[in-house]
Design a protein around this ligand. Structure first.
Ligand code: F6P
Length: 539
C-alpha cells in the first residue's frame, strides 16, 4: 500500500502545515506537562521525545497511519516466522537468537530454538575452553589473540559490541578485527601477534565474500609461515557460517564450525554464532546478559500498544521528519566513548535495510525512504560538526544517547560529559534570540552570527549505566525501528540487492588489473581511461 495515497497521510499533510510554523518554545509553553507526556521508561531506557516538533495530535495521526498500514499484524508476521523477506524467500527471525525463554519460534512449522540453543551451548563450551586455556594452539600454547575476519554484518556488530562492552572484557585476551580487503588492515592488525597464540575467527554468512576470503587466505599463509604444518589450520581457525561446504573446503575442522541459518540477516546476526568473538572476549555470562537485553526490547516491541512502543515511536518520528519536513539525514550521538562505533553499526543496519527505491510490488517509490545515518560520540562531535546542526540551513533530527552513571569511579569527567549532553539538546531546541544577545551586551554587528534559531529536534535516550543488558535493549530498539519504517514505507528491509552490481563489476575489472584479460571495450570512456591510467602508473 502506497502510504502517501492514504487519507491518514493527507490528514498528516494538512496537520504539518500547522506544526511547521510552531517553535518548540511554543509547544512547551502550550503544554506544561509536555515533558512527562512525551517520555516513556521501559527496558532500562528512559526516552524523552518531547523536544520533537510534534504535539499530541501529531502523534495520534502518526499512530493512526501505522494502524492503517497494519503494523501490528506485520510485527506478528515477523515473530511468527513468515517469509517476510520475500525477494530472498526467507523468514526474518533474529528475535529467536536472543530468546532466553522456552518460547518456540517456527520456520516451516519446525521450532528453530533447538538449533539456536545447541549452537549457543557449543559457543559457550568453546569460549570457556579458550578462556580457561584448555583449548590450545598447535604448539600447545594458550590462545591469547583472537582475530575476527569478516565484513559488514560479520564485522561491525561484534566490533561495535566489543568496543561498547570493553569494560567487561577479559584483559589478557586481545581481540582484533580485520575487514577491509586492503592488505593494510590485515598487516597492521596482526604484525605484533604471535601465530602460535592466535586464533582466526572467519565470520561470513555466505563464506564467499571476496574481502573475507582474501583475508582468510592471507591469514592461513601468515600462520603457516611460522607453523609450517598445514594441520595447524585446524587449531588456529574456526568459522562462523551458514555454508558448511565452503568452510570445510577451506580446511577448517568441521568441529570448529559454528553455524547459523539463512533466516538470520547479516546485519541482524550479532547474537548468532557471529557473536563468538564477543562471547570469548566478554565471557558467556555477559553474552547472556546482552541477549537478555535484546529480548526485553523484543518483548516490548511485540506486546506494547503502539502509543507506548518505543521502536514504533522512534520510527514514526523518523518518518515525520523524513517525509514531511524533508530531512535527509539523521544523527545518532552516543555520549559514551565506548559506544564510538554505534553510529557506524546503524549506518549499515539502517541504510542497507531501508535504502530502497522500489516498493513491495516492485513499483518505483514516489516518496522518500531511508535517511542517511551518521554520527560520532559526544563530546567530540561538538567540536566538529555540531556547528551545522545548530546554525546550518539543514534540519537534522538527532538522537542523544547517554548514561546516568559512568563505569569509572571518577565522577567529575562524567558530570562534565552529561552537562554537555543536556546542554546540547536544550540549545538545539530553544536556541538564543536577538533579545538575549542584546541583553548580554553583544556587539550589535555580530548579533546575527550569534543567534541560534533553535527549534531543532532531538530525542533523548537515557539509561542508568552501560551494561550488556542496556546495550542489547538499545540495539534492538534501533533494529525494530528500522523494521517499522520499512513497513511504513512499504519496502523490503531485509534484502540488499543494492550491493550486488558493484561486486559483479569488480570481479570483471579484477582480471583487467591483473592483465589476465584485456580492458573490455564496452566499459564507458571514463572507466576505460581510469583503468588504463592505473595500469600505466602501476609499479
Ligand atoms: O555486501 C553486503 C553484505 O552481504 C552484508 O549484507 C553482509 O553483512 C556482508 O556483506 C558480509 O557478508 P558475509 O557474512 O556473507 O560475508
Amino acid at each position: 500500500m502506497n502510504p502517501t495515497k492514504l487519507k491518514e497521510w493527507e490528514t498528516l499533510q494538512e496537520h504539518f502545515k500547522e506544526i511547521k510554523e510552531l517553535h518548540l518554545k511554543d509547544l512547551f509553553n502550550q503544554d506544561k506537562q509536555r515533558a512527562d507526556l512525551f517520555s516513556i521508561e521501559s527496558c532500562g531506557l528512559f526516552v524523552d521525545y518531547s523536544k520533537n516538533r510534534v504535539n499530541e495530535r501529531t502523534m495520534k495521526l502518526l499512530f493512526e497511519l501505522a494502524e492503517r498500514l497494519d503494523l501490528r499484524n506485520e510485527i506478528a508476521r515477523m515473530f511468527n516466522g513468515e517469509k517476510i523477506n520475500r525477494t530472498e524467500d526467507r523468514p526474518v527471525l533474529h528475535v529467536a537468537l536472543r530468546n532466553c525463554s522456552d518460547r518456540q519460534y517456527l520456520v516451516d512449522g519446525i521450532d528453530v530454538m533447538e538449533d539456536v540453543n545447541r549452537v549457543i551451548t557449543k559457543m559457550e563450551r568453546f569460549s570457556d575452553a579458550i578462556r580457561d586455556q584448555s583449548f590450545r594452539g598447535f604448539t600447545n600454547k594458550p590462545i591469547k589473540n583472537l582475530v575476527n575476519i569478516g565484513i559488514g554484518g560479520s564485522d561491525l556488530g561484534p566490533l561495535m559490541v566489543y568496543e561498547s562492552l570493553k569494560h567487561y572484557s577479559l584483559k589478557s585476551l586481545r581481540l582484533r578485527f580485520v575487514s577491509n580487503v586492503d592488505a593494510t588492515h590485515f598487516i597492521e592488525q596482526t604484525m605484533d601477534l604471535d601465530p602460535e597464540e592466535t586464533l582466526f575467527i572467519i565470520a561470513s554468512k555466505t563464506f564467499t565474500t571476496q574481502e573475507t576470503m582474501t583475508n582468510a587466505q592471507n591469514a592461513k599463509v601468515w600462520l603457516l609461515k611460522k607453523l609450517k604444518d598445514p594441520n595447524a589450520v585446524k587449531k588456529h581457525f574456526v568459522a562462523l557460517s551458514t555454508n558448511y561446504e565452503k568452510v570445510t573446503l577451506f580446511g577448517i575442522d568441521p568441529d570448529n564450525i559454528f553455524e547459523f541459518w539463512d533466516w538470520v540477516g547479516g546485519r541482524y546476526s550479532l547474537t548468532s554464532a557471529i557473536g563468538l568473538s564477543l562471547m570469548i572476549a566478554l565471557g558467556k555470562e555477559h553474552f547472556y546478559r546482552l541477549r537478555k537485553g535484546f529480548q526485553m526490547m523484543d518483548d516490548h516491541f511485540e506486546k506494547e500498544p503502539l502509543p507506548r512502543n518505543l521502536p514504533v515511536i522512534l520510527a514514526l518520528l523518523g518518518l515525520w521528519y523524513n517525509n514531511f519536513f524533508g530531512c535527509e539525514t539523521h544523527a545518532i550521538l552516543p555520549y559514551d566513548q565506548y559506544m564510538h562505533r554505534f553510529p557506524a553499526y546503524f549506518q549499515q543496519g539502517d541504510m542497507e535495510s531501508n535504502g530502497k527505491s522500489v516498493d513491495r510490488d516492485g513499483e518505483a517509490l514516489t516518496y522518500q525512504s531511508g535517511p542517511i545515518i551518521w554520527g560520532e560520540p559526544g563530546t567530540n562531535g561538538q567540536h566538529a560538526f555540531f556547528q551545522l546542526i545548530h546554525q546550518g540551513t539543514k534540519l537534522i533530527p538527532c538522537d542523544f544517547i547517554g548514561f546516568i552513571n559512568s563505569l569509572h569511579p571518577d565522577k567529575d569527567p562524567h558530570q562534565k560529559l552529561m552537562a554537555n549532553f543536556f546542554a546540547q539538546q536544550e540549545a538545539l531546541a530553544f536556541g538564543k534570540t536577538n533579545e538575549q544577545l542584546k541583553a548580554e551586551n553583544t556587539r550589535e554587528d555580530i548579533i546575527p552570527f550569534k543567534v541560534f534559531s533553535g527549534n531543532r529536534p532531538s530525542t533523548c535516550v537515557l539509561a542508568n549505566k552501560l551494561t550488556p543488558e542496556t546495550l542489547g535493549s538499545l540495539i534492538a530498539l534501533y533494529e525494530h525501528k528500522i523494521f517499522v519504517q520499512g513497513i511504513l514505507w512499504n519496502i523490503y528491509s531485509f534484502d540488499q540487492w543494492g550491493v550486488e552490481l558493484g561486486k559483479q563489476l569488480a570481479s570483471r575489472i579484477l582480471p583487467e588489473l591483473k592483465k589476465t584479460s584485456p580492458i573490455a571495450e564496452d566499459h564507458d570512456g571514463s572507466t576505460k581511461n581510469l583503468i588504463d591510467y592505473f595500469l600505466k602508473h602501476q609499479e
